[in-house]
Design a protein around this ligand. Sequence first.
Ligand code: SAM
Length: 243
Amino acid sequence: MTQDEFDSIFDEAYLEMYAPRHDPEQTEAEALGAVSVAEVEPGTAVLDCPCGFGRHSVVLARAGFTVTGADRSQVLLDEARRQAGDLELELVQADYRELPFEEASFDAVLNLFTALGYVGREGDKQALGEFRRVLKPGGRLVVETMQRDRLARIFEPRTWDRLPSGFVLEERSFDQAEGTVRGSFIYIRSSGERLEYPYTIQCYTATELVEMAREAGFSKVECYGGWEKEELTLDARLVLVAS
Ligand SMILES: C[S@@+](CC[C@H](N)C(=O)[O-])C[C@H]1O[C@@H](n2cnc3c(N)ncnc32)[C@H](O)[C@@H]1O
């Protein structure tokens, strides 16, 4: 059920609600930070999964990496193609629980901007197992995500944002025992049209994600609080590096 909810969000609506909110400089810092903690150089093969509308993939292709972007949403992949223009960038529609790539295809796999939590714990473990399978020996997975301990501190039941195309209001509740956020995006276009997208997302503690990565076959798992390998604190987004 959760995946269906997200499929309807990661569509034209996501492009309207999220694309204008991303700062290109920050996106570039995230993409370059991720390959830096993965310790890969231009020329190596990087899988950006899920790549969404390709904002990190495009930066990395431009920087000389051999990039494959994979995502479930064809609408977002089409936008990634448009943004990539003439850049060499392979874009593949795929579910990360079953990736259509050979074993040992990539030097690094990037999973950025809270891109787990949609398919339940078993589904996420399956995805982590797939990331492990397609990584070359010694290759690294980088997961960058909201961690539950931070969310518990900063949780807000209601927020709103003004966009060029209207307003996005978000209402949410947090189940402390389950670690789930149940919420709704309410998107009010400037025309007055009102769209509502309910969702449920699982938010993991660093401890849970480390355990899941180990269960998925990674032997070395480290957690940081930023791209410079800062110490992980309760105030930081989680950067997990697994090999
Ligand atoms: C929060 S967005 C992040 C996208 C991208 N990493 C970024 O930073 O812009 C999450 C993405 O996950 C994709 N997604 C959701 N479930 C998926 C699945 N089961 N397999 C592959 N991609 C999925 C969505 O289509 C969406 O593009």
